[in-house]
Design a protein around this ligand. Structure first.
Ligand SMILES: [Zn+2]
Length: 686
């Protein structure tokens, strides 16, 4: 092995020295500052070897990143790039193998260092990867580092699992629990915390929904405790969020159960860690009655059931859930144009059955805020249904078949090209074979060369053949004439099936889902924007007018009320109804007006009745007039025609109201009645 100084040449010193500093986790960065300092101290070592301070480049942007893979480690990638471009004279790192915790990354770096004659320096010394001995040593260090990582993990995992089996694994506790001195879980002795948790579960018991619980507790102005860092640290009192509420409701700890392994973790192709929640039955460690809790196990299970039902009712499982019985056509495929989240469905009961309403209530659901938007569903369903039916026309299907035809022709062409490729490879292989056969076997050099060439040609031929087979198989999926007929027939069958009243909502929804990817609804001023994405990429946009909202309907009503009030000054209720109908006005439910409706409207809106208005003007009813005059009510019309009393029409049923007769008139009539009492008695209908 060469000495340190021999390895460092002027060539190395002309290039920069790269110091790579890394700590895998943020916690290590915070707590293990000594190691970081040791890493920076390597800088002095480089300067001792002859590099000037200005030449040392520190790459420390990977602090807090795990070394187990290169993804997301921009620093390491930059280091590799710099080395690859020959800018680095030396690469420094504490225990160099930790430069790259993953063996593949490490060996790649070694290769590149060897190619660019870059040195590597760690606390033990300087290595030249171009030299076999050094590379062997470095490779060994890398392998050992990887093995070390594996053993540490395995040992830790084993210990963890053993403890978990006994329910003694110390895990961060949710709020409301603490560990006592013997590491046993107990309820938080803080009375306020206990009360808050109990109050939460009681509220849920009463309201039956997480959102309602959050809303209720927020309305009460009650704050909820939360630990600053994942189950530890000081307590903060904050308004309850929906996330926290769900966390509490789904956590079996509150039922006194220990659990571990409720999620499954794996790394995806990009090295990102993915997590998936497992169903309760699949949890490897679940020990009931492991410690004191806030509710019974049965209550916990009942809560889970309730939450599941609620979630289904709110359409909070996008895409995944099956078409259900309700009439809302777009259930499960409708998105909110305001926030992009899946929308849920409500059904409003109306006279003519249930009416679907599309509603986006994620904000409401998660943060107890206002609902995002609400859109009446019937007109949307009708429009989308019509579009779907219209998209399955004979023309559309024929067009699709024509495209299919065209594709088949193209496939034939491609097939021919591929076959030609095989033939050509075959020819070339034959030629190579011939050349090889013709050469004098004693001429070893030429023979060897030709044999290699022949082998290559054979390999090309095999590849071409495999390619041809693969392509040919793919092309087999052609349509038969019978299939074509079936497809064309669909154009007739589809609308018939769609409009058939016997077709269930569920089937109609399935039909939509076969054709439509999703529908985005956005409520605008007086209309709804409907954005349809068909399977296969076609897009359709509709703008539908919104039916008048309730407040507008009420406004119309207030105008009508004003009109009724005016008209009642002139005529009776029946006449008012007739006049309103003549004006083309309708009640808020769309009905024509009747006398009865006007009377009810007067009652509801505290309007004075026609009779009361007349009384206010000093008029008296027929009965009162008759008693004032001391005559029979049936004789009133006679005296009215005589011009002695003045009547005003109140309405058809009650008849006339009369101006209060003066004393003179009373006397005159009383005097006259005596005269006529034996004679002509008026017998006119009132
Ligand atoms: Zn929304």
């Amino acid at each position: 092995m060469t000495t340190l100084e021999n390895k460092v040449t002027t060539q190395h010193l002309q290039r920069s020295a790269y110091l790579y500093v890394r700590q895998s986790t943020l916690r290590q960065v915070l707590e293990n500052t000594e190691s970081t300092q040791r890493q920076y101290a390597l800088k002095d070592k480089a300067m001792a070897l002859g590099w000037s301070e200005g030449q040392v480049v520190v790459i420390d942007c990977d602090l807090g990143q795990s070394g187990a893979s290169t993804t997301d480690r921009a620093g390491f990638q930059r280091l590799v790039a710099e080395v690859g471009m020959g800018r680095a004279g030396i690469v420094m790192g504490l225990e160099v193998s930790r430069l790259a915790r993953n063996s593949a990354d490490w060996h790649r770096l070694l290769e590149i260092c060897a190619l660019t004659q870059t040195l590597i320096l760690d606390e033990d010394g300087v290595y030249e990867p171009g030299h076999f001995n050094d590379r062997l040593l470095l490779g060994l260090k890398g392998t050992m580092s990887e093995a070390e990582l594996h053993f540490i993990r395995a040992r830790m995992r084993g210990g963890v699992l053993n403890k978990a089996k006994r329910g003694e694994l110390r895990l961060p506790l949710p709020v409301g629990f603490i560990y006592d001195d013997d590491q046993h879980v107990m309820l938080d002795p803080d009375r306020q915390v206990q009360q808050a948790v109990r109050h939460f579960f009681e509220t849920f018991q009463r309201t039956g929904a997480a959102t309602a619980t959050v809303r209720q507790i927020r309305r009460e102005g009650v704050l909820f405790p939360r630990h600053r860092v994942g189950g530890q640290g000081e307590l903060l009192w904050k308004p309850l969020t929906h996330g926290t509420a769900l966390h509490l409701l789904h956590n079996p700890r509150y039922a006194g159960a220990f659990y571990y392994g409720s999620t499954k973790c794996w790394k995806d192709i990009n090295g990102k860690v993915r997590r998936k929640m497992l169903p309760l039955e699949q949890w490897p460690f679940l020990i009931k009655d492991s410690h004191a809790g806030y509710l019974r196990w049965e209550d916990f299970l009942a809560n889970q059931e309730r939450l599941r039902d609620n979630a289904q009712a709110h359409g909070l499982h996008p895409g995944g859930h099956p078409a259900r019985e309700g009439s809302a056509l777009l259930q499960g495929i409708v998105l909110c144009g305001q926030c992009g989240q899946p929308m849920g469905i409500h059904y409003a009961r109306q006279k003519d059955g249930e009416v679907p309403i599309y509603i986006c209530q994620r904000a409401h659901y998660h943060r107890a805020e206002k609902t995002c938007q609400t859109i009446p569903g019937r007109m949307i369903d009708e429009a989308v249904g019509a579009l779907v039916v219209a998209s399955v026309t004979p023309q559309a299907l024929e067009m699709a078949l024509a495209v299919q035809n065209e594709l088949e022709v193209r496939l034939k062409e491609a097939d021919q090209l591929r076959r030609q490729q095989v033939e050509r490879a075959q020819y070339e292989a034959d030629q190579a074979r011939l050349r090889y056969m013709r050469v004098d076997p004693n001429n070893r050099l030429v023979a060897d060369n030709l044999e290699t060439l022949w082998n290559e040609k054979l390999k090309t031929l095999t590849n071409a053949q495999a390619e041809y087979e693969r392509g040919h198989l793919g092309d087999q999926q052609k349509l038969t004439a019978e299939q074509r007929q079936q497809i064309l027939k669909l154009a007739e069958d589809f609308p018939r099936l769609w409009h058939n009243p016997k077709t269930s909502h569920r089937d109609r929804k399935r039909m939509v889902r076969l054709l439509v990817e999703d529908v985005t609804l956005k409520r605008g001023e007086g209309r709804v924007g409907v954005h349809l994405r068909f399977k296969g990429g076609a897009i359709k946009e509709l703008h539908l007018p919104l039916p008048l909202p309730a407040w507008k309907l009420r406004k119309t009503k207030s105008e009508i009320v004003r009109l009724v009030n005016e008209l009642l000054g002139e005529c009776d209720e029946g006449e008012v109804a007739a006049r309103l109908n003549a004006l083309g006005l309708r009640s808020s439910c769309g009905h024509t007006f009747t006398r009865f409706r006007i009377v009810r409207l007067c009652e509801n809106h505290k309007l004075a009745k026609r009779s009361d208005r007349l009384r206010q003007r000093g008029l008296v009813s027929a009965r009162e007039t008759a008693s004032l005059l001391g005559i029979n009510i049936s004789s009133l019309p006679y005296w009215r025609r005589q011009g002695l009393i003045i009547g005003s029409r109140e309405n058809l049923q009650v008849g006339y109201f009369y101006q209060r007769p003066s004393q003179e008139i009373v006397d005159r009539i009383r005097g006259r009645t005596k005269v006529v009492s034996s004679g002509t008695q008026p017998s006119v209908a009132v």
